[in-house]
Design a protein around this ligand. Structure first.
Ligand SMILES: [Zn+2]
Length: 105
């Protein structure tokens, strides 16, 4: 078994245990039949992880400095006039993630 792919390895081993007398051709057909649903499940899991990774950068008004917003990536942003929405802020200047405003006017 190769390291790092325990689910695929377990699937292949389960097929070979279940069908010990298979020829190599039918063995690969059987493995393919069992690997396909596993591969599809893994693909969905990867897509979910990638989607979850694209988190937002939350901006909230700084408690001490007027017209200043604190980002969840650790930066402060001040606006001469208006808030981030009025200044059409869509993405964080520091981390590049989509900005979501928390609290404030
Ligand atoms: Zn940020």
């Amino acid at each position: 078994m190769s390291a790092g792919t325990p689910r695929v390895d377990a699937c292949i081993e389960a097929v070979s245990m279940r069908f010990p007398s298979l020829t190599s051709t039918t063995y690969f057909q059987e493995v393919h039949q069992y690997i396909t649903p596993l591969a599809r499940q893994m693909e969905r899991e990867v897509a979910d992880l990638l989607e979850a990774k694209q988190v937002i950068c939350a901006w909230s008004p700084d408690a001490n400095i007027e017209s200043t917003w604190a980002s969840s990536c650790g930066e402060l942003w001040s606006f001469i006039d208006g808030d981030p929405k009025e200044n059409r802020v869509s993405f964080c200047h520091h981390c590049g993630k989509r900005v979501e405003l928390k609290g404030g006017a």
